[in-house]
Design a protein around this ligand. Structure first.
Ligand code: PLP
Ligand code: SF4
Length: 327
């Protein structure tokens, strides 16, 4: 461990909704831990990175990340309604320049139009639902006009951190779509889901969108089977299917959120015995360097006699974890 303050502080950013779901002033509150600055963030580990999942390795044009042939990310904005302390794109979010400039957006759309192998576009950011409804509607119309796209997916935290944003106009924009719309909602603890959030999720599901969730496994926030069981049961009852449980990425200053692979695997095993198969997400690691997400199963994750891990990517290539420094 080395101690250094090389980058400006990732500013705290919370919504009224988030403040309302923090219970008291307890520093151990599972919502507060996700959003309030913690001095432990200034402890940097040599294995941590500014681009922990290797987005930059697969960016053919600005704002597009095309790692798998059939699907591509479109990072439409660098603004989020909140700043999660463990954010894997926090370097990008620090600047807050907003929605993509028109020429960058045009070249990104042109890449999508001229790459027929892409069947699915994933809007991400930042948070795509921070766009105003007119802009969001216009973007979705442009995507809808690309014949080879079957699926539009949106990764968002808005329904959980700013449920009032999910209004009738937004619902109309979603209802109009002919292509399949998947909304993947980032949520980590059942305490984040109050009555307003429930209402927003139900409103979204009535648009015909398929709702999925993704959570990050975070020490002291949700690293127990019991906590995740409560979250996943709640989500399923609100028509949201748990999709991914992410092992925390090696983000700079995230040491206090890290959980061991063994603990993650034990939690998954425990969950299998506790809840419906519907409530079982894939427990995945995004392999540093841009090698993709892999389920953390006993066959893909191996530990040698010296205690070093390797993870096998979908091409069958093994990668040291944490990665070697020069990678
Ligand atoms: C996570 C991710 C996707 C989507 O992966 P799925 O496994 O389909 O959810 C696509 N592209 C990139 C670059 C990603 O990081
Ligand atoms: S919602 Fe996602 S992108 Fe936005 S700050 Fe949180 S982790 Fe980062």
């Amino acid at each position: 461990m080395s101690k250094a303050a090389v980058k400006p502080l990732f500013q705290e950013k919370l919504t009224r909704q988030v403040r309302a779901t923090i219970k008291g002033t307890d520093a151990k509150d599972p919502v507060a831990l996700q959003y309030l600055y913690d001095v432990r963030e200034d402890i940097l580990d040599v294995n941590e990175r500014y681009d922990p999942i290797g987005d930059n390795a697969h960016s053919p044009v600005p704002a597009i990340v095309h790692r798998y042939p059939d699907r591509a990310l479109l990072k439409i904005t660098d603004i989020c309604a909140v700043h999660c302390r463990y954010c894997f794109r926090k370097e990008m979010l620090q600047e807050e320049s907003g929605v993509l400039p028109q020429d960058t957006l045009e070249s990104a759309l042109s890449y999508l139009r001229t790459t027929p192998a892409i069947r699915e576009v994933i809007l991400t950011g930042g948070d795509p639902l921070t766009l105003d409804t007119t802009r969001l509607g216009a973007l979705l119309e442009q995507l809808e006009a690309i014949a080879h796209l079957d699926i539009i997916r949106i990764h968002t935290r808005i329904p959980v951190v700013q449920p009032s944003r999910v209004d009738t106009d937004m619902a109309k924009v979603f209802s109009r779509l002919e292509k399949a719309l998947y909304l993947v909602i980032h949520v980590n603890h059942v305490q984040e889901i109050n009555a307003e959030v429930q209402e927003a999720l139900l409103k979204l599901s009535r648009t015909g969108a398929v709702l999925l969730s993704q959570s990050v496994l975070l020490k002291d926030v949700n690293d127990s089977a019991q906590t995740l069981e409560a979250l996943f049961r709640k989500l399923l009852s609100l028509r949201v299917k748990p999709y991914y449980l992410h092992h925390p990425d090696l983000v700079k200053g995230s040491g206090h959120f890290q959980v061991s692979f063994e603990k993650g695997q034990d939690i998954m095993k425990d969950l299998r015995g506790r809840v419906s198969g519907l409530a079982q997400p894939h427990y995945v690691l995004d392999i540093p360097g841009g090698y993709g997400k892999m389920p953390l199963t006993p066959s893909s994750l191996q530990k040698d006699a010296h205690g070093n891990y390797t993870i096998e990517d979908y091409n069958g290539v093994h990668h040291a974890y944490p990665p070697k420094r020069e990678e």
